[in-house]
Design a protein. Structure first.
Length: 228
């Protein structure tokens, strides 16, 4: 049985070994999410990533491997490293409560298109519409329009990751993200799990998360690969 610390060091691999097992594709111990769900993979033994990526790239043209401090090995004739994103993991240290003044709604499948469109407007890139299946999504509406979101992504028996924290550009600086992150954090705590999140180093949002009780605990690197 893996400890919480071991799971936090390798969140993708352990999520796919526990709560998200049904979304797993595995090649010789390297775990990947099904590419229509989430384009992430995780590993324990870097010597196995070369053959595993050669298999997985047959079904996904672009994807990430996530690692705290291990460098994946690749076959450069089939897979290209586009970039390495220097990220960090943040873990809730002590919840700093914030008054919720907005109406926060648990989003259902009827909002799939709105969720997808808002995330791609604010953070274009790698969100899949089926990522909705990974956990709960919450939203704030203004004039019947979805203007801010938080979601849940990686999960194990011990933690749940806060993700997809986005606000429409016309509604920023109103404290909507703070309230949504606070709400999502409280919902995770109700499940007796640890709230965590990931972001890029130097992201201004780190200051917001720290004000809500999160602290940076470790590096978490994102290796973005493309099919050659």
């Amino acid at each position: 049985m893996a400890t919480l610390e071991q799971k936090l060091k390798n969140p993708v691999w352990h999520s796919l070994n526990e709560t998200h097992k049904k979304f797993k594709i595995e090649f010789d111990g390297v775990h990947f999410y099904k590419p229509d769900i989430l384009t992430f993979g995780g590993f324990i033994d870097a010597t196995k990533t070369k053959k595993a990526l050669n298999q997985f790239v047959k079904s996904a043209d672009t994807f990430f491997l996530v690692s705290e401090n291990k460098d994946p090995i690749i076959d450069a004739s089939k897979v290209i490293l586009e970039k390495k994103i220097d990220g960090c993991q943040m873990v809730l240290d002590s919840l700093i409560d914030l008054e919720i003044t907005e109406k926060i709604v648990l989003l259902t499948e009827e909002y799939l298109d709105e969720i997808y469109n808002l995330i791609w407007l604010v953070m274009p890139g790698f969100y899949q519409k089926n990522s909705f299946e990974l956990g709960n999504y919450y939203g704030i509406f203004k004039d019947d329009k979805l203007v801010a979101i938080t979601g849940q992504r990686m999960q194990t028996d011990s933690f749940i990751e806060v993700s997809a924290v986005v606000t429409h550009p016309d509604f920023t600086k109103r404290g909507l993200a703070k309230q949504l992150v606070t709400h999502t954090t409280k919902e995770i705590l109700k499940e007796n799990k640890l709230p965590i999140l990931h972001t890029n180093k130097g992201n201004p949002a780190i200051f917001l998360y720290e004000k809500l009780g999160y602290k940076i605990t470790r590096d978490m690197n994102w290796w973005l690969y493309n099919k050659k």
